[in-house]
Design a protein around this ligand. Structure first.
Ligand code: NDP
Length: 244
């Protein structure tokens, strides 16, 4: 069994997931890194200080059986599971009046069903250990709504309910569950927005800058640290004040 703490991280290949992986690896975690494509994630793995300490898996989080395989392979490799970070997420923005069933269901499948799939398989291990930290990456639009993002904001609002229910059901087993709600973070996900839309967002941010993936990684690191052992069922906005 690994003598270092082990975290399963979804959506690890770029953006916020990549920053979380770099931060946790630096802090001495063994990581199981999950994304659909393996090329970018392989490059990330090689950039970590001890690549051999981590496990890379290609999987689609929206599939229940894939989540089961990931947790099981992670357990086979490391023999313990201290933290789960549900970070994988997608957007398929459209106004409701034009939104297709596919745009709705694919976003719900990855963002909400994906988190359920991993929690469902990680939880029995954590209950057995009587120890575990779960961090879900939501979004401020799950709290305030967003134009053209009915599917995305519904998925992220769903994660708030999932997180709080988890915290209530499994607090007595030594498991905490929290949600980090990023605002506008500079990644591939927000790169596609028009300059006009970006300007609009920026004018609403009291700190007058967009967030970085590292801003989110720092808060995730805190939630996995001993200092956060009494924090559960919480939603932490990391948005430069865009939502408060
Ligand atoms: P990116 O698009 O940069 O990265 C998304 C990651 O998720 C990639 O590693 C991608 O890898 C992975 N992923 C997507 N779909 C799946 C899937 N079905 N199965 C497995 N992995 C998948 O996004 P960000 O880093 O910006 O976002 C990370 C999280 O933060 C998301 O949950 C997002 O909703 C949330 N967030 C981001 C904000 C922002 O401003 N950037 C704001 C608020 C929340 P691959 O494509 O290879 O599968």
């Amino acid at each position: 069994m690994s003598d270092r703490p082990v975290a399963v991280l979804t959506g690890a290949s770029r953006g916020i997931g990549e920053a979380i992986a770099l931060r946790l690896a630096e802090e001495g975690w063994n990581l199981t890194l999950i994304s659909r494509s393996i090329d970018k994630a392989s490059a990330l793995l090689e950039s970590l200080s001890r690549p051999e300490d981590h496990l890379l898996l290609a999987a689609d989080v929206s599939l229940f059986s894939e989540a089961e395989r990931c947790v099981s392979e992670s357990m086979k490799r490391f023999g313990r599971l201290d933290a789960l970070i549900n970070n994988a997420g997608i957007t398929k923005d459209n106004l409701l009046i034009r939104m297709s069933e596919e745009e709705w269901s694919s976003v719900l499948s990855v963002n909400l069903q994906g988190a359920f799939n991993f929690v469902r398989h990680a939880l029995p291990v954590m209950v057995r250990q009587r120890r575990g930290r779960i961090v879900n990456i939501g979004s401020i639009v799950g709290l305030m709504g967003g134009v053209g993002q009915i599917n995305y904001s519904a998925s992220k609002a769903g994660l708030v309910g999932l997180t709080k229910s988890l915290a209530r059901e499994y607090g007595s087993k030594g498991i905490t569950a929290n949600l980090v709600a990023p605002g506008f973070i500079e990644t591939a996900m927000t790169d596609v927005l028009s300059e006009e839309r970006k300007k609009e967002y920026l004018s609403g941010i009291p700190l007058r800058r967009f967030g970085t993936p590292e801003d989110i990684a720092g808060v995730v690191s805190f939630l996995l640290s001993p200092e956060a052992s009494y924090v559960t069922g919480d939603v932490i906005n990391v948005s430069g004040g865009l939502y408060m």
